[in-house]
Design a protein around this ligand. Structure first.
Ligand code: ATP
Ligand code: MG
Length: 763
C-alpha cells in the first residue's frame, strides 16, 4: 500500500521526500497514519530487504485495501503536528524530484562452491576421537596442530579456520593425554572475556578436570604480567596509581605541551598519545626514539616529559605493566630462571597482534624450554597503531628456527557466500600473505549491501530486520551490529533502547560525551533557567571561570531572579565580555520556542559554540573531533518537534545506557552492539556492519594519512572491514548510508572490490 492519511491529508509514498521517510515511519509508530480506505492505523515498512517501503495495517499486516488516488501535485502543507520543516521544503515532493529509494543489492560471487570432505586421522591416544564424539571435530591439519605439543609451532590461517579451537583442544590434549602440569602452561588471549570463554569451553571437553583448568595461567598479556609484578613489587604497582583512562594521560600530555609551547588548538594530542603507546610497545624509550618528522620530534619531547611526570608521581599506565615486567626479569637472573623453569609451554591466540615488548617477554621466558605455540592471521592485524606487529608472526622462524608451521585452509565459520566476499575484499591489500580459504557450506543467501538515507534510517532498517527474524524464531544472541567507532552506535542504541529487544553494549552514552553534554546544557537552561549543573557546563563557552558560579548563585538569591538572569548581570573586568554574556543569555531564552535543530544552529553559530570547539573542543584530535559530536547531535535531534521532547529523550537514553551496561552482564540472550575491534575472535549468525562509507570505514584519519603518502593505515582499515565481515556465519548485511553527519557520503572505497564488473549484481 502506498497511500495513507496523515494530518487529514492524503499522502503517497511516491511524493514523499526521501529525507522524510523516517518521520513518516515514526508517525506510523505513534499511530498518526491511517488507511484512506478502512481508516485503520497503518505503519511504514522500512526494512533492509524491502524492495520499496510500503504501508501495512498495524493490526492486520496481511490486509490489503485498494490504493486511493492521490493528486500528482504535492500537497502544500508543512509545520503541522510538531514537524517544523524549514520554509520552502515540504514533506512531500514531486515524483521527479524524488531521490529514489535504493533497494538492497546482493553481493554475488564467481567461484562456485565445492565441498571438500576432510579426512580425520586415526590417533593413537584416542582423545581426538573422544573430542569428535563430544562434537569437537578436528581436521587433519588441526589434529597435527593439537597433538604436536613439543617444540614451537605456528599456525597461520585465515578467519574462522579453527585457530582458537586448535588452541583450546591443544591445551586439553596437553592436560589429558600428555599429563602436563597445568601450572606450567601459559595460555594468552587477546581479551579477558576470551580467556574466560576458553576456560569455559575447556571445562566442557571430555575428561578435563576442573582443578586443572583453574590452575592454568590464563589471561591477557597485561593481566598475566601485572600479576607477576604485583607479586614481586606490590609497592610500585598499586592499582590506584594506574592511569586507566585516556583523558588522564592526555591531561598529562597537555600539561607537558604547555611547557613546550605547543598549541592545544593545533597539536593532535590524541595521536601523540597513540604514538607514545606505539613507541612504548615497540620497546623504545624516549632516548631511543628516532623521530622522522617535526611532529614526531615534538611528540618525542612530550614522551620524555610524560615518563618523567609519571615516575615523579609513582604513576603507571597499561604499557608500563609489560615494560616493568620485562625490566624486572632482566634485572634478576634468579627470578628469570625461576619463571623459565615454571613455564614450559606458551600458547598464544591472535598472534598477529603481539607487540615487541610482549614478544620479547615470551622470548625471554621461553628461553629454556622453547615451546611457543602461536596462532594468528596477518589479515586480522588491527592494532598496528599501538605497536602490534604482524611481522613477529610472519618471521617466526627467525627466533624459533626449529618451529613447525601449519596452515589451515578451511573456514568452518562462514558460508561460502561470505568467505568469498571477504576474501575478495582483503585480497586488495598489498602487505599480506596470500591465503586460500574455503567454506564448508553454502547458505544460498548472498551478503547484502543496503542504502539507508542516514544514520536514523539505518537504525530503523536494522531493527525492523532483526524484529522480523526474531519473530520467525531466531535468538537475539544470533545478532551483532558492528561499527568503526563508539560514536557510530548512537542511533542504533536509541532504536534498540526503545524496542523491547534485549541487547548489550559496553560504551558510554552519546549524551554523556562532553561536547554533547554542553550543547544539551544550553537547551536545558532555555527550559529551566535555574539549572545549576547546566549553567556550570556552559560557563567555559562564555569564557567565564567556574568560580563565577558562586557569585551568580548569590546574585540570583539577592536579586530574586533565575540563575540565567543573574548570569546576564555578571560583572567582569571586560565590558565587551559582559555585553557578550548578556547577548548569549537573551539568545538562550529564545531557544525554547524553536525546534531543537534550529536551536542547535543558534548555539553553534550565534552563541559561538563552534568557535569554542575550534579553540578548546579537541578539534586538533584526529580520531574524535568535538565538531563531529555536534554533527551527530544534529542528526539525533532532527525528528524531534520540541526541545523538551528531545531533552527527555536524551535523559532517558543516558539512563538506559547505564542500565544496559549494568544489566546486560546478566543477559544470556542479547543482541551484541560492538566496535569491530572488540568483536575480534567472535562469531554470530547475522552481522550488520554499519556506516560503510568513506570517513567512517575507512576512518578519516586513515584517509588523511593515505593522502600524505602512507597507505598502511588504510590497509589496516581494510583489515578491520575484513574482520567485521568474517564475524558472520550465515548472513551479512553491509549498510551504506547516503548521508552521514548531515552530509552526502561516499560508499566505502573498499566496496569496489565487491562490485567489480565481473559480478552481475542480482536483485
Ligand atoms: P578467528 O580468526 O576469527 O579468530 P578462528 O580461526 O579462531 O577464527 P574458531 O573461532 O576457532 O576460528 O573457529 C570458527 C568456528 O568454526 C567455530 O564455531 C568453531 O567451533 C568451528 N570449527 C573449528 N574447527 C572446526 C572443525 N574442524 N569442524 C567443525 N567446526 C569447526
Ligand atoms: Mg580465533
Amino acid at each position: 500500500m502506498k497511500t495513507v492519511v496523515y494530518n487529514d491529508h492524503l499522502l503517497s509514498l511516491e511524493h514523499i521526500n526521501r529525507a522524510d521517510l523516517q518521520k513518516i515511519y515514526i508517525a506510523g509508530k505513534n499511530g498518526e497514519l491511517t488507511c484512506p480506505i478502512c481508516r485503520e492505523h497503518v505503519q511504514l515498512k522500512l526494512g533492509i530487504q524491502t524492495e520499496f517501503p510500503y504501508f501495512f495495517h498495524t493490526q492486520s499486516p496481511d490486509k490489503h485495501c485498494p490504493e486511493a488516488n492521490v493528486p500528482a501535485k504535492p500537497i502544500d502543507y508543512i509545520e503541522q503536528n510538531g514537524f517544523k520543516i524549514p520554509k520552502g521544503r515540504a514533506i512531500t515532493a514531486t515524483t521527479k524530484e524524488l531521490d529514489h529509494f535504493k533497494p538492497a543489492k546482493r553481493i554475488t560471487y564467481k567461484i562456485p562452491f565445492t565441498y571438500e570432505n576432510l579426512v580425520l586421522t586415526e590417533n593413537t591416544s584416542g582423545y581426538i576421537q573422544l573430542l569428535a564424539e563430544a562434537g569437537i571435530v578436528l581436521d587433519e591439519n588441526q589434529v597435527a596442530a593439537v597433538t604436536e605439543t613439543e617444540g614451537s609451532l605456528l599456525v597461520l590461517a585465515g578467519a574462522g579456520s579453527g585457530k582458537t579451537r586448535v588452541l583450546t583442544a591443544r591445551t586439553a590434549y596437553m592436560l589429558e593425554v600428555k599429563k602436563i602440569d597445568p601450572r606450567s602452561i601459559m595460555l594468552v588471549t587477546f581479551t579477558a572475556k576470551a580467556a574466560n570463554e576458553m576456560k569455559h569451553r575447556l571445562l566442557s571437553y571430555p575428561k578435563i578436570k576442573r582443578e586443572h583448568v583453574h590452575r592454568l595461567v590464563t589471561g591477557t598479556f597485561h593481566s598475566i604480567f601485572y600479576r607477576i609484578l604485583l607479586f614481586h613489587e606490590p609497592q610500585n604497582w598499586a592499582s590506584d596509581k594506574l592511569l586507566k583512562k585516556d583523558w588522564q594521560r592526555e591531561k598529562i600530555l597537555k600539561e607537558a605541551g604547555k611547557e613546550l609551547d605547543l598549541s592545544e588548538k593545533e597539536f593532535a594530542y590524541d595521536l601523540a598519545l597513540q604514538q607514545i603507546g606505539f613507541w612504548k610497545n615497540s620497546h623504545l624509550s624516549p632516548n631511543e626514539v628516532k623521530p622522522a618528522t617535526e611532529w614526531e620530534e615534538q611528540t618525542a619531547l612530550l614522551y620524555k616529559k610524560y615518563e618523567e611526570r609519571k615516575a615523579g608521581e609513582g604513576l603507571f599506565d597499561f604499557d608500563d605493566m609489560l615494560i616493568g615486567c620485562y625490566q624486572l626479569l632482566k634485572s634478576s637472573s634468579s627470578l628469570l630462571e625461576y619463571y623459565q623453569e615454571r613455564f614450559h609451554y606458551f600458547l598464544i591466540d591472535e598472534f598477529q597482534d603481539i607487540n615487541k615488548v610482549q614478544y620479547e617477554l615470551i622470548k625471554l621466558l621461553s628461553g629454556k624450554h622453547k615451546n611457543v605455540c602461536g596462532v594468528g592471521d596477518d589479515d586480522q592485524a588491527i592494532y598496528s597503531f599501538r605497536g602490534s606487529d604482524p611481522s613477529f608472526l610472519l618471521d617466526f622462524e627467525t627466533d624459533f628456527p626449529s618451529a613447525k608451521f601449519i596452515i589451515l585452509e578451511q573456514n568452518y565459520r562462514s558460508a561460502h557466500e561470505i568467505v568469498t566476499a571477504a576474501g575478495e575484499m582483503i585480497a586488495e591489500n598489498r602487505l599480506r600473505k596470500a591465503k586460500r580459504m574455503r567454506a564448508q557450506f553454502s547458505s544460498g543467501e548472498l551478503p547484502l549491501l543496503f542504502f539507508p538515507y542516514d544514520e536514523e534510517e539505518e537504525a530503523t532498517m536494522i531493527l525492523t530486520d532483526i524484529q522480523e527474524r526474531i519473530s520467525q524464531g531466531e535468538n537475539p544472541s544470533d545478532f551483532a551490529i558492528l561499527y568503526r567507532t563508539n560514536a557510530g552506535s548512537r542511533a542504533i542504541f536509541e532504536r534498540l533502547a526503545t524496542s523491547n529487544l534485549p541487547f548489550k553494549m559496553d560504551s558510554d552514552s552519546f549524551y554523556d560525551r562532553y561536547i554533547v553534554r554542553v550543547a544539551l546544557s544550553f537547551l536545558k537552561l532555555s527550559v529551566n533557567e535555574d539549572d545549576p549543573q547546566s549553567l556550570c557546563d556552559i560557563l567555559p563557552i562564555l569564557f567565564l571561570k567556574q568560580s563565577a558560579l558562586q557569585s551568580i548563585k548569590a546574585n540570583s538569591i539577592l536579586m530574586d531572579c533565575t540563575l540565567l538572569e543573574a548570569l546576564a548581570q555578571i560583572k567582569t573586568p571586560h565590558a565587551f565580555q559582559e555585553k557578550k554574556v548578556k547577548r548569549c543569555v537573551s539568545l538562550i531564552r529564545k531557544l525554547k520556542d524553536l525546534s531543537p535543530i534550529m536551536a542547535l544552529d543558534i548555539i553553534e553559530k550565534d552563541i559561538g559554540f563552534l568557535d569554542f570547539l575550534k579553540k578548546r573542543g579537541n578539534e586538533s584530535n584526529q580520531l574524535e573531533k568535538g565538531s563531529d559530536d555536534l554533527k551527530d547531535l544534529k542528526v539525533a535531534v532532527k525528528n524531534f518537534p520540541t526541545i523538551s521532547a528531545f531533552l527527555s529523550h536524551a535523559a532517558h537514553m543516558s539512563s538506559m545506557n547505564k542500565e544496559i551496561k549494568k544489566l546486560s552482564k546478566h543477559f544470556s540472550e542479547a543482541i551484541t552492539l560492538s566496535t569491530i575491534h572488540r568483536a575480534k575472535g567472535l562469531e554470530f549468525q547475522n552481522v550488520y556492519l554499519i556506516g560503510a562509507v568513506d570517513g567512517s570505514l575507512p576512518h578519516d584519519f586513515a584517509l588523511d594519512s593515505y593522502r600524505n603518502g602512507d597507505f598502511s593505515a588504510l590497509e589496516e582499515e581494510r583489515r578491520l572491514f575484513y574482520v567485521a565481515m568474517t564475524r558472520a556465519r550465515l548472513r551479512l548485511f553491509i549498510s551504506v548510508p547516503e548521508y552521514r553527519r548531515g552530509k552526502k557520503a561516499h560508499p566505502s572505497r573498499f566496496l569496489k572490490a565487491l562490485n567489480k564488473e565481473k559480478r552481475p549484481i542480482l536483485k
